[in-house]
Structure formats: C-alpha cells, structure tokens
Design a protein around this ligand. Structure first.
Ligand SMILES: [Zn+2]
Length: 346
C-alpha cells in the first residue's frame, strides 16, 4: 500500500508564499527508529531562515520545515526498547553521533555530526515523521500536544544560555531582549525561576502586560524608549549582570554597554545581522564575558519537561493554526505580531 501524508514543504527559497502543503509518501521507521504521528508542530524563527535561505549554507531542498512536535508513537522499528505504539511523546529535534566526547559530556550541539530536524533534514510539519528512538521523549501527563510542540526548542535554547553558559544566580539582574519572542518568553521565566530580577524589552504595551504576567519585573517598550538608558535607570546606573541577546547587529553595542562590571552577554542568534561592533576596552576593563550558545543537551530538555509538567515553566502559546496557514505563521513572525509561539496542527 502506498500510503501518503500531508506535509508543509519549502520547495525553494523565497518569501512565505513559497510554502506549500503537499502529499508525500508516508515514511516508515528503520532499525532504532520510531514513526511519530504528529498532533502539533511548532513554528520557530529557524523555519523562516530555512525558507529564506542562509548565506553560506546549502540546505537540502525541497524540505519539510519544523523542529518541534509532539504526538503519538505510530510504529516502532526493530531494536527499539521502551517505546510502543500509542505512547505520548515530544520531539528532541537535535540529533548527533551519541558516542563522542561532546555527546557523552552533555554537549551534543558541539558534536561534529550534530543536526536539527527541519534544518539539516526533513522536519516535523507533516502528519508523520521518522525519529531516532532517542529523539522521542515522554510527554508528561497534563501537558497538551500543543504545549509539547511549543516549548522544546525555545526553552532549551534559553535554558542553556542562562543556566549552562551565563550561570545566572540568585539576586542577579538580567536583561532579556525581545521578551515576546519564543526564546525571550522562555528566558524571562527561566531567569525568574533562578531568582533573578528580570528586565525585558518588548514592542508595545500589550506585549508588556504579557511579559509581566510571565514574571518580568520591568518592561521596556522598545518602540518608545531607549533600552540602554532605561536599563541604566532601572538598575541605578549599575547595569545588568546578564544580557540575553538574540537580536544581533541592531542592539549589540548597547547590550555591551548595558552590562555591569563582570557582566556576561550570552547570544544565540542575530535576527538583525551578524556584523556587530565590540569595543574591546569595555570588554577588558569591565571584565565582561561574551558567550555563544546554540540549543542545549537532551538532559536539559528532560529537566525542562519536568518543570513544565510541574507548571513551574509555562509554554507560551500565541495561537494554533492548520498546516495550510504555515505561510501566515511566517508572516506573523516576520511582523513580530506574535507573543510566544505559533503551533501548527495537521
Ligand atoms: Zn557526538
């Protein structure tokens, strides 16, 4: 039987309009793999980069985008232990060799074979997706499929930035850029969970109120005020201990100036460009640390899932749309008209 499935596809690089929903053969799991019946698939900024194309990176097109998903195990391949058809799971989108020093020390993203579903191979925005069994993690009871598709990539990114890289501590002050973004809305909660005072930039009063509801102590409206001046004012001219950066070129210089002595800037992305300027005298006189971060470990993801199950971290769902509106999801993200995450359903 030639069973098919529906999938969102990036057939070629371009604007949101290039996205299509097409019929594809339903994949089947090989040894060590499982077939996931997708109930919900998250949309990330990454999807828009994959759609547009990234300078210097060749992607295997056409490709199914999507790095987050949750659903039910539909079938298991040979040699898979501990998973069976019907299990509720969510996807750990990163995969790696699982046997090198980076992998075995919990630094999988540093593995030379590290890849992400939806970037290096077909992703999750399809009715079915084949995963390595190690990528199918138990979705805790009480966590919905939509939530299970909303939290993994952004919470893992923010957790690794704040906890593993910046080592945020009780009583510190943290500035989170773009508190309404997926990573930003996760970072606010994670910094609060670790006892920090959180300042965050948002575009507009409505997003400000939502950021406060997530626990942000101070909200800076990036449309009407200068975040550097506001950060100085709100910290009594001291600056913050940690800046969570994902904006890049547009904010970099001021982010450095917003740091207190001994402060750490941690970055996971540069949505406004990579060519940022760094004043080295600030770097050494103030003992600043610049920290890069991308994704995180599967152990961290399991810890996050426990905290989500315990409702100590809350996936932030902006809206749920059908696959057919994937282009609309990309447009909303580009227009910054989203607070938290958009999730697609088949
Ligand atoms: Zn490895």
């Amino acid at each position: 039987m030639a069973e098919t499935m529906r999938a969102v596809v990036v057939p070629r690089h371009g604007g949101p309009e290039v996205l299509e929903v097409v019929s594809r053969p339903r994949p089947s799991p090989g040894g060590g793999e499982v077939l996931l019946q997708v109930k919900a698939a998250g949309v990330n900024h990454l999807d828009t980069f994959v759609r547009r194309g990234m300078p210097g990176i060749t992607l295997p097109l056409p490709m199914i985008p999507g790095s987050d998903a949750s659903g039910l195990v539909a079938a298991v391949g040979a040699g898979v232990a501990g998973l069976e058809a019907g299990d509720r799971v969510f996807v750990s989108s990163g995969y790696s060799c699982e046997r090198c020093r980076a992998c075995l020390s919990g630094n999988e993203p540093l593995c030379r074979f590290y890849g992400l579903l939806g970037e290096h191979r077909d992703g999750t925005q399809a009715e079915f997706v084949v995963l390595r069994a190690s990528q199918a993690l138990p979705l805790p009871p009480g966590v919905s499929f939509e939530e299970g598709a909303a939290f993994p990539l952004v919470f893992l990114t923010a957790w690794h930035m704040l906890v593993a890289r910046a080592a945020v501590r009780q009583g510190e002050e943290v500035l989170v850029h773009a508190g309404g973004s997926g990573v930003g809305s996760a970072a606010i909660q994670i910094a609060k969970l670790h006892g920090a005072r959180v300042l965050t930039t948002v575009g507009g009063a409505e997003k400000g109120a939502k950021a406060k509801a997530l626990g942000a102590d101070e909200v800076i409206d990036s449309r009407t005020s200068d975040f550097l001046a506001e950060t100085r004012r709100l910290t009594g001219k001291r600056g913050v201990d940690v800046v969570v950066e994902n904006v890049g070129q547009e904010t970099w210089e001021k982010s450095l100036l917003a740091l207190a002595k001994g402060g750490r800037l941690v970055t996971c992305g540069a949505t406004t460009g990579y060519e940022a300027k760094t004043n080295l005298s600030h770097l050494f006189f103030k003992w600043l640390s610049l920290l890069g971060s991308t994704m995180g470990s599967r152990a961290e993801l399991l810890q996050i899932a426990d905290l989500v199950a315990a409702r100590r971290l809350r996936p932030v769902l902006d809206r749920v749309l059908p696959f057919e509106q994937a282009a609309e999801a990309h447009r909303l993200i580009a227009a910054r008209a989203v607070f938290g995450k958009i999730v697609l359903t088949p």
